[in-house]
Design a protein around this ligand. Sequence first.
Ligand code: SF4
Length: 457
Amino acid sequence: MRVLLLNPPGRELYVRDYFCSKTTKSNYHFHPVDLLALSGTLSLDHHVTVLDCIAEGLGPERARARIDVEGPDVVLSLVGSVSWEEDREFLRQQAGLGRRVFAIGDVLHENAEQRLAEEPWLEAILDDFTTADALHLLSGEEDEVLRATWRRADGSFVHRNEPRRGREHRLPRPRHELFPSRGYRFSFARRTPFATVLTDYGCPWPCTFCVISTLGHSTRPVEDVLEEVDGLCRRGTRELFVADQTFGVQRDRALELCAAFRERDLSWTAFTRPDLADDELLGAMRAAGCHTLIMGVESADDAVLDSCRKGYATDAARSAFERAHSHGLRTVGTFVVGLPDETEGSLERTLDFALELELDFMSINVAVPRFGTPFRRDVIAAGLVKHDELVMDQSGATVALPTKALTRAEVARFKRRMVRRFYLRPRWLWRRMRDVSGPREFIAQAREGFALLSRNA
Ligand code: SF4
């Protein structure tokens, strides 16, 4: 069959992948990891093409024309709660042309049978992009499907959610070469081109607001990852965004990956947790070419961290950022604002904490009731959001939730103030100017900076 992997067009620069969706917070747009993983799997049996309308800047009309040229039998599309109304309209039209439509995304991560009942154009919902479920659905081997929901020819639905067995999964090599060579941007990349690589899936920690905590956790064998990385090196790509949500879950494996990366002259960015970031791991990452480390701070308030089941306190974040700086790593602290107990005072303390940590970059997410999370159940029970509100955006372009003390508008206003206060410090701007490696990085960062500030004016 001819299978098209699609990131559909959108009115905004949407980032849809890994059961999250948002408007880009500045100007970045990296390769969607779901479609990367599926590109390898589906290429085993089918003719696969990729159309990323966001990367290519295609509006609906040009996207339709491009799809018509490809003439796919099946469209497997990303969808997002940030763009749900646009996505369903576009895909409904594709189904109207006789194409089978499969989809994956945050808005379908909960109540999948209800979503299928509401959307007759949609044949199947995938709930894990590391399985061969799409292949099995296309070949009619329904018994083999692990985590998906689909519509049978007789109109009945099947929902399958087999528990993840084992700590490892294998993926055929993701087909990076099928993705556009231009249109992806990543503000932390220090070389071009860059590629997005996922060496594991999910996360074993239980943070209540995070959809990744609902996925379980498994890793790819190191040799599979290196086969993918070596393919990228042969194509001239040595800059990686390692999109694992927590690098270093399995210490020995992380050190093995670092040793292998070190031999390959790579430079890369990764996420980890403050309580994993000890000198051994940070030293190995830095020696292996990691230049930028992203860690969750979330809040300056230990009670807030506790209520979200983060599993570490602010002291752990403080010392982890100090260690990262001592190893020569650039640091990005991520924060979540607008949790139910948040007050203006707690947000002020979080801003002060962000300034105290001497971060190189600050990334603010606005709390959203992500589908499938305990946080969503709690805020629905508290009456802060309705269960049928499907549209949300963690970038803060719109705010999904009031707190007990602050309105949505107040949360949005404070978030914009935090961004301006952090990024418009002369001392910070001077540090950034000194840190850039050349004109290309200067221009990329200036673009990102202007885009970020214009979104937070
Ligand atoms: S550690 Fe990070 S990725 Fe893992 S569940 Fe918590 S917030 Fe999510």
